[in-house]
Design a protein around this ligand. Structure first.
Ligand SMILES: [Zn+2]
Length: 456
């Protein structure tokens, strides 16, 4: 079918010759591999290659099927692509479907393969971004192309975005777009993106069962700098106001602090449903066996049982025989929804009187309900492809671009559907080495996402 025909049929249901068009599952693997081969490493300090080349690739893929994307640069090389498709029912609120084009850096020496070669091996595409998140970018792009080729439409007006800079907090991507071009999200009330919708295989009394973790909440972020002040002096002279000692004591107190456990709604529901499925306890005093059933995904879940504070960088001193006047530490704090003020107060108290606490970067915690039409659409799209599975809510210990969209009142979910083999330890591959995604999972995801977009 020619493009001209496609344009004339946009208001109708799928044309009868639609099956002859290339399907999303036929090209999702190619697109994922081509995106991985474009190095878009984000070091967080502006020294990386930027997302421009990946964004241009997305623009070409859109252009090839007659769609006009919009490429926006926040800074030279820091590019985001937006494209809007009209839905079957434009009177309904709009949906945003977004991915990010940047990846965290990869040290090739640690990998079994070249992280930017997108090698296909053992049924998987290997490379930086295979999991986070050029896999989902490819599923989104393949589905947009299919709508254009077949002249069909998503159920609702949909804004598709391929963001820059997610891996450094979205300053040059999602937050920038929300600040400078919020009109792209006019009428949009809900969003879907990454780190959710993938399966884990859990043991039940009746055998193994696949459970899809739908991400409905994200912890908030507070990156803090602790600065201890003291008295400078000669290294041979007793000094009870040593900045390094003060900092070390504060770090010790923070490390020893037991953050109270609290179960937010999504975490409670995840644990209770998982308990029912597996027959294991979901009570506070006996949670370990249940958490263990989640395999590598338990790290994400453990991070959502309480607020956390991890010391990640230290800096002080310049000569062996000089006591420095200041010492600083970086602390990565993550708080549950509603806990930001309490966390900050606790850290200030633990830091003590000789330390300044500076907020270097913060972002909100978010929580969306695990109910309603959109959630039902995500569940049904998964269950149509995998009828024996269950879908569970979970909270992400990290953050995504949904935080930025939440500033526009948009409820965000993590839904990058992947049916994964039971023995693939998937969750630790986010920012890990030997990142890889099964090609069958990519094709599954492309189908489920397309089904969801047509039915949501
Ligand atoms: Zn990501």
């Amino acid at each position: 079918m020619s493009h001209a025909d496609a344009e004339r049929t946009v208001t109708t249901a799928a044309p009868t010759d639609a099956p002859t068009a290339v399907t999303p599952e036929q090209e999702v693997v190619r697109i994922c591999a081509e995106l991985i081969r474009i190095d878009s490493s984000n070091y967080g300090d502006g020294s990386g290659p930027g997302e421009r080349q990946a964004a241009e690739y997305v623009m070409e893929q859109l252009d090839e099927v007659g769609l006009e994307g919009t490429l926006l640069e926040s800074e030279p090389g820091r590019a985001t692509v937006v494209v809007r498709l009209e839905g079957e029912d434009s009177s309904r609120p709009g949906l945003a479907v977004h991915g990010h084009l940047d990846v965290v850096p990869a040290d090739a020496a640690d990998w079994q393969v070249d992280p930017f070669a997108a090698e296909e091996r053992d049924g998987c595409i290997w490379g930086r971004g295979a999991v986070d998140m050029k896999d989902m970018d490819a599923m989104i792009l393949a589905n947009i192309r299919h709508f254009a080729r077949t002249g069909t439409r998503p159920a609702r007006d949909t804004t598709f975005v391929f963001f820059a800079d997610e891996e450094a907090g979205g300053t040059y991507g999602s937050h920038w777009l929300v600040d400078h071009h919020p009109q792209w999200f006019e009428g949009v009330t809900e969003a879907i993106s990454e780190v959710g919708g993938y399966s884990v295989t859990v043991p039940t009394p009746e055998g193994q069962r696949r459970a899809y973790l739908l991400q409905t909440a994200e912890k908030g972020i507070a990156w803090l700098r602790l600065r201890a002040h003291g008295r400078a002096g000669h290294g041979s002279v007793p000094n009870d106001e040593n900045a390094i000692v003060r900092l070390a004591a504060a770090i010790g107190r923070i490390a020893a602090h037991e953050w109270p456990r609290e179960y937010i709604a999504s975490v409670r529901e995840l644990l209770d449903t998982l308990g029912t499925l597996t027959g294991l306890s979901s009570t506070d005093s006996d949670l370990e066996p249940l958490l263990a059933t989640l395999g590598g995904a338990q790290g994400f879940v453990r991070g959502t049982l309480r607020d956390t504070a991890n010391v990640t960088m230290l800096e002080s001193g310049y000569k062996h025989n000089v006591i420095p006047q200041t010492a600083t530490a970086a602390v990565d704090c993550r708080f549950l929804p509603g806990h930001e003020d309490a966390l900050m107060a606790t850290i200030r108290e633990l830091a003590g009187e000789h330390l300044e606490v500076e907020v270097v970067h913060r972002d909100v915690a978010i929580e969306s309900p695990f109910s309603g039409d959109l959630v039902e659409s995500m569940k049904q799209a998964l269950l149509r492809e995998d009828p024996e599975a269950v879908v569970l809510p979970y909270c992400l210990s990290g953050g995504t671009d949904n935080k930025a969209l939440s500033r526009l009142g948009i409820s965000g979910y993590g839904f990058a559907p992947l049916r994964l083999p039971a023995d693939l330890d998937f969750a630790p591959m986010f920012h890990g080495i030997d990142e890889r995604v099964p090609t069958s999972s990519l094709r599954f995801g492309a189908r489920v996402l397309g089904d969801f977009l047509r039915s949501c």
